[in-house]
Design a protein around this ligand. Structure first.
Ligand code: PAP
Length: 310
């Protein structure tokens, strides 16, 4: 956001310094495989939740006998095979731009970089049009999630302030809001990012699944069944959907030890900062009526004619 971070425009999308090199490297050096699954999103749209859901669906028979950080433990036996129990969702679904194609990561072990036969899980914030050709032309699948931009903005503002030391005042709210409305935010403009994936999901529904955070909140089991079918791993029954929804609930994840302490080494943000309120409509507590009207009007104008409401 202007005045908060230095931010650069590359082919129509904005990137902060820390991301730009990795984003360009994804385009020039990442080769997708047919079995890859990529969770894509604009920042703060609920992708941590979707990563947890995708990992739960895809790893549900694969971690017997040791994958996912070990089992056993006190009392929570029903979840002994749950990879989320010992792994932050970000660790199960590595970032293309922050990890996989980030030069600083050159010597470290890369989870999920495997052969043609294994499913690799990745995440990205890169707009569809800027993804490497191999992602577009291979059989890999993309799960995209978006959210009411008013809640996205509020979530983002809280998130960036978690890095601000307690002696300092928060980043100016009004300035950040204007910047977001002008499309100047990390991986933004937000609405163009959404439309990029929306249009692709209409053209290739078997390749891009377009999810909305609000639908996930309203009907989590139904959305998880849809997700699992899209990924080619349909759920056997409602009980399975119920279990995954429970395992991935924000109330559970934010209280797991693995998510309470420590810092995400790739983003440098506290692991806990990925789990805040997790509700629909927090914007009502933060935005003035004028701000709400302004952002709603931008959304209406930008999405008009595309058959999409968010
Ligand atoms: P990221 O871009 O930094 O990865 P992302 O996970 O996309 O963030 O979005 C974070 C939002 O998802 C937060 O919303 P809030 O600030 O309005 O609370 C976070 O709380 C919410 N979130 C994270 N995990 C879950 C979950 N399991 N269920 C529902 N919401 C969640």
């Amino acid at each position: 956001m202007v005045g908060i971070f230095d931010i650069y425009l590359w082919e129509g999308f904005w990137y902060i310094d820390a991301h730009l090199e990795g984003v360009m490297a994804v385009r020039s050096s990442f080769t997708a495989l047919n079995n890859d699954i990529i969770v894509a999103a604009s920042p703060k749209t609920g992708s941590t939740w979707v990563k947890a859901l995708v990992a739960s669906v895809m790893l549900r028979h694969d971690n017997d006998g040791g994958g996912g950080g070990g089992g056993g433990g006190d009392g929570e036996d029903e979840d002994a095979d749950d990879p989320l129990r010992y792994n932050h969702p970000n660790d199960l679904v590595p970032s293309l731009e922050l990890q996989v194609c980030n030069k600083k990561n050159a010597n470290s072990d890369m989870p999920n970089t495997a052969s043609n036969t294994t499913t690799r899980l990745f995440r990205t914030n890169i707009a569809y049009s800027q993804l490497p050709e191999s992602i577009k032309s291979s059989g890999c699948k993309i799960v995209y999630v978006t959210r009411d931009p008013k809640d996205v903005f509020v979530s983002m503002w809280h998130f960036i302030n978690t890095k601000r030391s307690s002696e300092k005042a928060p980043f100016p709210f009004d300035e950040a809001f204007e910047s977001f409305c002008n499309g100047v935010s990390a991986f933004g403009p937000f609405h163009e990012h959404v439309l990029d994936y929306w249009n692709e999901s209409l053209k290739s529904p078997q390749k891009v699944l377009f999810l909305k955070y609000e639908d996930l909140k309203r009907n989590p089991r139904g959305e998880v069944k849809k997700l699992a079918s899209f990924l080619g791993r349909p759920l056997a029954d409602d009980g399975e959907a119920k279990k995954i929804v429970r395992r991935c609930s924000i109330e559970r994840l934010k209280n797991l030890e693995v998510n309470r302490d420590g810092v995400d080494p790739w983003s440098d943000f506290p692991k806990s900062s990925y789990f805040r309120l997790g509700i629909v409509g927090d914007w009502k507590n933060e935005l003035s009526t004028e701000m709400k009207d302004k952002l709603d009007e931008i959304t209406r104008v930008k999405l008009e004619g595309f058959g999409l409401s968010i």
